[in-house]
Design a protein around this ligand. Structure first.
Ligand code: SP5
Ligand code: ZN
Length: 371
């Protein structure tokens, strides 16, 4: 399988995030992508290539141009406004209750983007846990190029291809970044496939978190079906979307399929959910599936609460590929660094119908014991 990778992700050099008001070691770090790259290289069955530049048009086809411009200048504004921080995090968010009683028209006319960068980050951001640094915009643009180059491989005839996107994308909505995501790589690709082929596209999101951004972008669209298996938002980020009752509206009615799972979900629970998701994909026409691939479902993940093991990723990859559709597989989350490479190898080998033999990882076994 071809792997698309760019070292430009290294510019999004994160070591700290904030969680409920305190600074903690960052989860979404450069080591994640490097672990996966190294493991796929060691496997021998993958060939790596650089992305090609696709320009800004595919991004602004999905995202508000003003969000793109904010992300482009955010870090220079932090410096110009002399904000003494190592990374940008918002001050105030426009909670919808702030505008209660105002008409949509009044809100549209009267509520505007401020000039203070802490206010701007609140205007465009979802949460305080998505740090933005000097190299974030360039890395986010590179991740989009990685995703679109992966798409090109599949449009040119590959059965499967994998884009090692970092930063991830599925929490980014049309006019919002957040959840470690800046541009929605999978949504940009799904839209580009739908417009270039005229075919319907399905997106299967198997990250631990609900992909609220992808859901928002395609909520009213009948040409793109979004299917997500994730932690019930009652207990997990992004909290306010991801319930089973969210099924789309207008042309998109019935095209949004959410499958929330309980804490402690096992391999067996996950395979059952996978079969439901695969059935939902089979119910829509189209020859290509975009996979938002996350490994924060793993039992040892520091921010998830599922109990999955490496072998289930092989089986999920196998079952998804058995649909007989071509797969554009894009990396989203997954924060237990020692297992990321093995979990990616397992999933991707499954998707190619190949066997999976675990390789030793220094200092780690699946049972969590130190060797
Ligand atoms: C792409 C992706 O996976 N984004 C995830 C964003 C999650 N942001 C909130 C993280 C909350 C961390 N909670 C830690 C709880 C530890 N018990
Ligand atoms: Zn996630």
């Amino acid at each position: 399988m071809q792997v698309v990778y760019s070292p430009r992700h290294l510019a999004h050099d994160i070591d700290t995030e904030t969680f409920m008001g305190i600074a903690i070691p960052a989860n979404e770090v450069a080591e994640r992508a490097e672990r996966i790259r190294t493991a796929l290289e060691a496997d021998g069955g993958f060939t790596s290539m650089d992305p090609t530049a696709h320009g800004e048009a595919p991004i602004t086809a999905i995202h508000d141009e003003r969000l793109v411009r904010f992300l482009e200048v955010a870090w220079s504004e932090v410096r110009a406004q002399a904000i003494p921080r190592a990374f940008l995090s918002a001050d105030t968010y426009p909670n919808i209750a702030m505008f209660e009683g105002m008409s949509p028209d009044a809100i549209e006319r009267l509520v505007r983007e401020p000039s203070h960068v802490g206010g701007r980050a609140g205007f465009w951001g979802l949460d305080s846990a998505a740090p933005l640094v000097a190299g974030t915009y360039d890395a986010a643009c590179a991740a989009v190029d990685v995703a679109l180059t992966t798409m090109d491989l599949v449009l040119d005839g590959a059965t499967t291809a994998y884009g090692l996107c970092r930063p991830p994308g599925h929490h980014a909505a049309r006019s919002m970044y957040g959840g470690y995501c800046f541009f929605n790589n999978a949504a940009i690709v799904a839209h580009a496939i739908a417009t270039s082929t005229g075919e319907r596209v399905s997106i299967l999101d198997v990250d631990y978190h609900h992909g609220n951004g992808t859901q928002q972008i395609f909520w009213r669209r009948g040409d793109i079906r979004y299917i997500s298996i994730h932690a019930d938002p009652a207990r997990a980020y992004p909290y306010f979307l991801g319930h089973a009752e969210e099924t789309g509206e207008g042309d998109g009615a019935g095209e949004n399929v959410n499958i929330p799972l309980r804490a402690g979900a096992t391999d067996a629970d996950y395979l059952e959910a996978t079969d439901r998701a695969i059935e939902a994909i089979g119910g829509a026409p189209g020859s290509i599936v975009v996979v938002s691939l996350g490994f924060d479902t793993y039992g040892l993940d520091p921010i998830g609460d599922f109990a999955l093991t490496t072998s289930v990723y092989h089986e999920v990859g196998r079952r998804v590929a058995a649909l007989g559709r071509r797969l554009v597989i894009l990396q989203e989350g997954g924060y237990h660094r020692p297992s990321l490479g093995e979990n990616a190898r397992a999933w991707l080998r499954g998707a190619e119908g190949r066997s999976f033999e675990p390789l030793p990882v220094a200092g780690f076994t699946e049972q969590g014991t130190v060797v």
